[in-house]
Design a binder for this molecule. Structure first.
Ligand SMILES: Cc1cc2nc3c(=O)[nH]c(=O)nc-3n(C[C@H](O)[C@H](O)[C@H](O)COP(=O)(O)O)c2cc1C
Length: 231
């Protein structure tokens, strides 16, 4: 089985990537032979959807796939044939980063069918999970209504691939050394406690969700997974 791991953070080894890595290990604990393909979206140069509507043009060459040709065209096609998708996102200004949003526009829109109700013409259905990391504490993120603010892409991913699992990691350590940065609103002491005590627990939670994703993938594709519990 092939799982795509989409890192929507510009940083490759910080909170979002670590949480994704834990989720990957969770999947691996259930599916030791699973393959993981990481996509760091900031490594690529592309734009979001350009409203060419090639993907909606009846009988057109690009019906049901993104007509815009650039560095992510092949990746979009590969993801849609995978067995699962993990999406990691830091919160930027109460939303997902623009680069990730642009990627998801290109991934999701071509498969969305404008019928009376939205349906999907994606080649496969597979489990999806969104992993968010943020400065906000759990209390603050509720006050600021993040679950609603972040829900648009989740909703469309649900229509196109399958209803996503949602994971939040709060109060992340943004800087390795808070003394080097102007950041008085945060307590360095509290952040180092979080880094030492809380974040490892968050990673365990992410691993548990990874295990759940693996089980979902097995249910959706029992033959490929070789799950001995199914014939
Ligand atoms: C441009 C920018 C905007 C941010 N906006 C928010 C925000 O609105 N809410 C929040 O809780 N955290 C915000 N953060 C903090 C990051 O979401 C948080 O530190 C995240 O865990 C960083 O992920 P990373 O370690 O993978 O880079 C922002 C960070 C940056 C760089």
């Amino acid at each position: 089985m092939v799982f795509y791991v989409l890192n929507g953070s510009p940083r490759k080894n910080h909170n979002t990537a670590k949480i994704l890595n834990s989720a990957m290990e969770g999947i691996r604990s259930i599916l030791p032979d699973a393959e993981f393909k990481w996509i760091h979206v900031y490594d690529y140069s592309y734009s979001g959807c350009v409203s060419c509507y090639g993907c909606k043009r009846i009988g057109g060459k690009y019906y049901g796939r993104c007509a815009k040709r650039d560095s992510i065209s092949g990746i979009l096609a590969d993801i849609s044939r995978g067995d699962g998708l993990l999406i990691g996102s830091p919160v930027f200004f109460h939303d997902i980063p623009g680069q990730l949003r642009a990627f998801l526009e290109r991934l999701l829109y071509p498969y969305l069918v404008y019928g009376q109700e939205y349906t999907s013409i994606a080649p496969k259905r597979f489990p999806v999970a969104f992993f968010y990391t943020m400065n906000a504490t759990e209390e603050k993120m509720k006050q600021m209504n993040y679950p609603v603010k972040l829900s648009a892409m989740e909703e469309y991913a649900g229509i196109v691939f399958s209803e996503p699992e949602i994971f939040y990691c709060f109060d992340t350590c943004q800087f390795d050394n808070y003394q080097l940065y102007k950041a008085d609103r945060f307590s360095e002491k509290e952040k180092s406690y979080i880094k030492k005590e809380q974040f490892p627990k968050d990673c365990l939670r992410a691993a548990a969700l990874g295990e759940k994703i693996a089980r979902k993938a097995i249910c959706q594709n029992p033959i490929v997974s070789g799950n001995p519990g199914r014939t």
